[in-house]
Design a binder for this molecule. Structure first.
Ligand code: M6R
Length: 610
């Protein structure tokens, strides 16, 4: 969580850092700040709220300085106040630091600092960190690089920080202890550091991924050191290829809506990326594990939030296509004893930087499991940890509520499950081919579903005042119900629960009255008749019903208050279609309730703390 942007070069750093922070704002937006160094003086500017508040409060004064560090925050330690906003400075105001992540042993460090006459103005672990480094620097009479190299290893937890020393002012030091930081080189010896590669667009043509365990010294050049060996490294810089259009809303009022509509292309690109050639990319990268795959007795999936819902859908893919049981675990609840050598773990993460997922993947890897990651961000921490990394091609997902990442994850998972099925002799090559063809037709069907957008906007109007919603489904419809409920909660702040429709009668049905709408995921699959029973049970208790179904028949028409129709497709592929109306519904309800759709309160796009 939180976004870091830092600049060193010939231009005024303020507008460049400000623009980069705006691009990083999806990572946290409760306060922001910038330190600028100019002619012997460091000045820190901070404000609560979004970056625009900082910009407004600085008004017409255009702060000067060719070196600067900036931050947009998602509060972990300490409330979202201007005092707790980053950058933080050392007690003697010599060091200034921005930080992403958490320092787990901050209490111990603080005790030592208090014993050494340090006092603190705020409540953050970051203020402890900057003072800890300041104390070590003075105690051992070190320069800043030496201080970081000798002491960063003593910090516990995953984090990234960038620090400036007023007494050695023409450089910045960046340190990655688990998280993301990209260094971009632009024309005229300009260097911009950002938590997300995409935020470098327009400012850099070369990029270096500062990996965990690396420290960078940035002046007009850039020197990289290994924290473990304390030696200088010579990593390769990549060409930065970015499409800056992907970072703009274009004609859409919100990123969330744009990204819902982009699903058609995002899925096609993902399928193409994984299956284009023969043998295709998927087979090539999985080939070294073919023996393991044919002998597997189970698969473990690790993920959080929406990505976890994709994993729950994939349970059905692996069961039905590869005869493989799947244990789909919340990353934060993962127990490493559940896997061992010879096991296969699939880690799903849009960002590739979710701390809970990274932690669980590391534990699974340490236990000897082979890790396949499904990720949307090339070069992210998870792709570096995994044995095999498969990319979804959703393009940058900026709206905090995940939409296109989810359906592209489903596409990747279906492809992997069917490939495993073929290798395990469970799915014939012809059946796999036919299924892949059906998958390739899904984007056209999504386009059809998107045509219901005006109708869904009307439904949102009708139901927007409800305070609670139930989402109900069976089979693959159950995780889709959970995903629909999560979308509504995130963007509209309405309480919603996604439940197994069969389980509802074991307790939650007590919630039903005429004020409680239930959304049924009811495509015509093998669960349809039972779903209809559950729908009638709700109806008998005067609950309102919205049904998403693939073929309307007289029965559902008579019983549901409202129906959203989707095209028919093979039953395993329904999740691709049923989730889209739920995304649109959440979007329109949020729009009517006037929430901050792309940056809902209390959330951040990449959850880089545990
Ligand atoms: O980047 P990841 O896929 O690892 O993120 C996991 C969750 O934090 C994420 O899916 C979150 O639940 C979304 N905001 C849901 O819309």
């Amino acid at each position: 969580m939180c976004g870091i942007a830092a600049y060193i070069g010939e231009k005024n750093a303020y507008p460049i850092i400000l623009e980069a922070l705006k691009r990083l704002e999806y990572r946290g937006y409760d306060s922001a700040g910038i330190t600028l160094y100019n002619e012997g003086k460091t000045t820190i500017y901070k404000e609560t709220g979004a970056i625009v508040q900082l910009e407004k409060s600085l008004g017409k004064q255009s702060p000067k300085g060719k070196i600067g560090i900036g931050h947009t925050r998602w509060a972990t330690h300490g409330a979202a106040t201007a005092i707790n906003a980053h950058p933080h400075h050392s007690q003697d105001k010599r060091l200034s630091l921005v930080h992403n992540g958490t320092i787990l042993n901050h209490y111990i460090l603080k005790e030592d600092l208090l014993a050494n006459n340090f006092s603190f103005y705020g409540e953050t672990d970051t203020e402890i960190l900057v003072n800890y480094l300041s104390h070590q620097q003075k105690k051992e009479n070190l320069n800043l690089l030496e201080t970081v190299l000798r002491n960063a290893g003593k910090l516990e937890g995953r984090s990234v920080f960038v620090i400036h020393d007023k007494q050695d002012p023409e450089k910045l030091i960046a340190c990655n202890l688990g998280g993301d930081l990209f260094i971009g080189k632009g024309k005229g010896k300009q260097i911009l550091l950002c938590s997300d590669k995409n935020a470098l667009a327009g400012y850099a043509d070369k990029v270096l991924n500062l990996l965990p365990g690396m420290v960078a010294v940035i002046d007009k050049h850039c020197h990289i050191f290994d924290l473990n060996t304390q030696t200088e490294l010579n990593p390769e810089w990549d060409k930065l290829k970015l499409n800056s259009e992907a970072l703009e809303k274009g004609t859409y009022p919100h990123f969330m809506l744009k990204e819902i509509f982009e699903q058609e292309t995002a899925i096609s690109q993902t399928i193409k990326h994984l299956t284009k050639t023969s043998p295709n990319r998927l087979e090539l990268v999985l080939e070294p594990y073919r023996r393991t795959i044919t002998r597997l007795r189970k698969i473990t999936i690790i993920a959080c939030g929406t990505s976890w819902h994709a994993g729950l859908v994939a349970k059905h893919f692996f069961n039905e296509l590869a005869d493989l049981p799947v244990y789909c675990e919340y990353a934060s609840e993962f127990m490493p004893n559940d896997v061992g050598s010879g096991d296969l773990v699939i880690a799903i993460s849009q960002s590739g930087s979710t701390a809970d997922t990274l932690q669980a993947v590391q534990a699974a890897k340490d236990a000897g499991a082979t890790i396949i990651s499904i990720c949307n961000v090339d070069g992210s921490a998870i792709t570096n940890l995994a044995n095999v990394s498969l990319l979804t091609k959703a393009g940058p997902e900026i709206g905090v509520a995940s939409t296109k990442a989810f359906t592209t994850q489903l596409a990747a998972l279906l492809l992997i499950a069917s490939q495993c099925g073929e290798w395990r002799g469970y799915l014939s090559p012809n059946k796999k081919k036919a299924l892949w063809q059906e998958l390739k037709n899904i984007p056209i069907k999504i386009k059809e579903v998107l045509r219901s957008n005006p109708k869904i906007a009307e439904l949102a109007q009708k139901y927007q005042t409800a305070n609670n919603f139930l989402y109900l489904g069976r089979g693959t419809g159950f995780p889709i119900a959970m995903e629909g409920a999560l979308k509504l909660k995130e963007v509209s702040y309405i309480h919603a629960e996604g439940l197994s429709a069969g389980e509802m009668k074991h307790g939650s049905i007590a919630l039903i009255d005429e004020k409680m709408p239930s959304l049924f995921i009811a495509p015509k699959d093998e669960h349809y008749d039972k779903i209809m029973n559950n729908l009638l049970e709700i109806k008998a208790r005067h609950g309102k019903i919205i049904a998403i179904t693939s073929e309307t028949d007289k029965q559902i028409e008579a019983e549901a208050d409202d129906i959203i129709s989707i095209p028919t497709c093979p039953k395993l592929l329904y999740p691709f279609l049923t989730v889209v109306p739920l995304q649109l519904f959440a979007y329109h309800v949020a729009l009517l309730r006037g929430t901050n759709i792309d940056k809902p309160r209390n959330l951040a796009k990449s959850v880089t703390v545990e």
